[in-house]
Write a protein that binds this ligand. Structure first.
Ligand code: AMP
Length: 214
């Protein structure tokens, strides 16, 4: 089964994708993670996109489509979760063509609905374990008092460079200008399903399961 998790920054796409990987053996394809990896390993492409990402703007379609194209050549495990891709209509068209090429199809596009105020407070409060990637939130899920990750015991936590109010404003604007038209695009194709992304992690997980298992 191949699905897209669609929603603004902070909607919880990454958190839910990780749960689907753990529980269903699906493969998470997060273009944001791929770009951050390229940056930290200092590749030419990583250096090229660093300033764009920090500003909260979208990198070119060509770059992200290339990243996804490469991953689709590999094993698809229990199916792909597209997380943070596609973000433009051109990327959505390209994904359709790539899936056709692999005789694969999209089973669902899950729109995660959240309101803007919740996004700002979620994003400015979030951090992750530097070792396993477990997510934390200063308010709803603080780092344990002993300073150790509840999942792996790691003691280093990090915040994303673009998780600040200024970049977030740009990221939201990019979302509304370039990505939100995908809601109509996938609705018209009959692929769109919406869930309430505002609930607790387990509640959202159950709603997504309801969509995937029907
Ligand atoms: P994310 O981790 O999905 O929030 O992505 C972090 C940043 O990576 C975004 O703000 C963009 O600069 C870039 N990025 C990630 N995915 C895409 C995409 N599909 N298209 C363009 N830029 C992207």
């Amino acid at each position: 089964m191949n699905i897209i998790l669609l929603g603004p920054p902070g909607a919880g796409k990454g958190t839910q994708a990780r749960l689907l990987v753990e529980e269903r053996g699906m493969i998470q394809l997060s273009t944001g993670d791929m770009l951050r990896d390229a940056r930290s390993s200092g590749t030419e492409m990583g250096n090229k996109v660093a300033a764009i990402m920090d500003a909260g703007e979208l990198v070119t379609d060509e770059i992200v489509i290339g990243l996804i194209e490469e991953k689709l050549e590999g094993d698809n495990g229990g199916g792909f979760i597209f997380d943070g891709f596609p973000r433009t209509l051109a990327q959505a068209d390209a994904l359709g063509n790539l899936l056709d090429k692999h005789s694969a199809k999209l089973d669902a596009v899950v729109e995660m609905r959240v309101d803007d105020e919740a996004l700002v407070s979620r994003i400015t409060a979030r951090s992750t374990c530097g070792n396993c990637g477990e997510g934390y939130n200063d308010i709803s899920k603080p780092i344990p008092a002993d300073g150790k990750c509840s999942n792996c015991g790691g003691t280093e936590f990090k915040r994303r460079a673009d998780d600040n109010e200024e970049s977030l404003r740009t990221r939201l604007m990019e979302y509304y200008k370039k990505t939100s038209p995908l809601i109509g695009y996938y609705y018209a194709k009959g692929d769109l399903q919406s869930v309430n992304g505002l609930g607790e992690i387990d509640e959202v997980k159950a709603e997504i399961a309801g969509v995937l298992d029907t």
